[in-house]
Ligand binder design. Structure first.
Ligand code: XIL
Length: 352
């Protein structure tokens, strides 16, 4: 890309509401599987190199926080689309598509929502939110994480859903209601249920895959609009991918005509070797194993990492290393240099 193009990208971001800047370059060459990244709104404005690598590598972007309730809903009456619009302008300028994350999640809820009580009030609040937010971007955000992290941490028996405002007030049907509301607001959008800890070996992961299958089966039986399951893919680097388990899970979804995608890939490396070369190798193996296991049954419709550079990652918030070394969970290092993880993703995306 020419230097002048980057400057225009910067202008488009800084003044996205006021400036109509022509597209800076043609869409990236089409790959069989589009790759993308979560984006931080502040870094998008402040960091020229960050914008540059996003434009260079990504066909997709998703806001890391910019479309969560806590940002979009400062109060019951207000909707704030500043962050969403800013990222969409950047995506448009650079020939990328944007995903929406997320409509229904227990996390990142503003305090005022804790006063929502009763089935009627909850459904009213859900309807207003989903209709307004999905409606705002109708035809412009082709894929939405409608439901995020709905499975209980340790699903057992009838307690397989995670408690949240919606479950408490509306019961289990809240998932179907949310999906139907999203379909009403944008009938063309891919509607996704997004989940973590469904990738690795062990009973904990297996139980979580089974609980999720149960949710999807139930939705399909009821004719609800569910198009795909998102593997968040926050992989704990010390655990192996359950290749067989993942493949058969994806095959079961495929049999129900439900696609899969990878939505938040990173490899949590606090328990991996200190040596960076070795660490990066394990990380690339985990990523390859997951992508292959999925593809053996049905190739993912997209692959997104939860950030593109180790400079901006949520991982150290929870998983700092005891030896004081910095985390390396993402495809580019802190200086934007390509790591084996990026090579693994690109190889995979191109080959598929
Ligand atoms: C995280 C962001 O990365 C953090 O910056 C924020 O403080 C909290 O949320 N699963 C999800 C994401 O679906 O929305 C979370 O993102 C990470 C776990």
């Amino acid at each position: 890309m020419r230097r002048r193009d980057f400057v225009q990208v910067g202008l488009a971001v800084a003044a996205h509401a006021a400036l109509q800047v022509p597209a800076t370059h043609a869409a990236a060459p089409s790959r069989r599987i589009p790759y993308g990244s979560a984006v931080r709104g502040d870094a998008l404005v402040d960091d020229y190199d960050y914008r540059t690598v996003l434009a260079e590598h990504c066909q997709l972007v998703v806001p890391e926080g910019g479309l969560k309730w806590v940002v979009v809903r400062p109060s019951e009456d207000r909707f704030d689309f500043y962050e969403g619009d800013k990222l969409l302008a950047f995506a448009d300028q650079n020939g990328m598509k944007m995903r929406g994350h997320t409509l229904i999640w227990h996390g990142a809820m503003p305090d005022w929502t804790s006063s929502i009580r009763g089935a009627e009030a909850a459904e009213k609040a859900m309807t207003k939110h989903i209709h307004t937010v999905v409606g705002q971007y109708k035809g412009r955000i082709p894929s939405w994480d409608v439901i995020n992290e709905a499975i209980a941490e340790d699903p057992r028996g009838s307690d397989y859903l995670r408690p949240n405002l919606w479950l408490e007030n509306m019961g289990k049907g809240y998932i179907e209601t949310a999906l139907r509301l999203a379909a009403e607001a944008d009938p063309q959008a891919q509607l996704v249920i997004n989940e973590y800890d469904i990738e690795c070996v062990g009973e904990y992961y297996e139980n979580r895959r089974n609980a999720l299958l149960r949710v999807v089966r139930d939705l399909r039986d009821r004719g609800a609009p569910i198009h795909a399951v998102g593997f968040q893919g926050h992989l704990k680097g010390q655990y192996e991918i359950d290749k067989e388990g993942v493949s058969s899970f994806v095959a079961e979804l495929k049999a129900m005509d439900v696609d899969v995608l990878v939505t938040e890939l990173d490899v949590i490396d606090n328990l991996l070797p200190a040596d960076e070369k070795k660490r990066d190798q394990v990380i690339a193996v985990r990523v390859t194993d997951l992508l292959e296991a999925i593809s053996d049954a049905n190739p993912p419709t997209a692959i997104l990492t939860w950030g593109i550079t180790d400079r901006y990652t949520w991982v150290p918030t929870w998983f700092t290393r005891d030896d004081g070394r910095l985390n390396r969970p993402l495809p580019l290092d802190r200086d934007y240099k390509t790591k084996p993880m990026m090579d693994a993703i690109k190889r995979f995306a191109a080959r598929a």
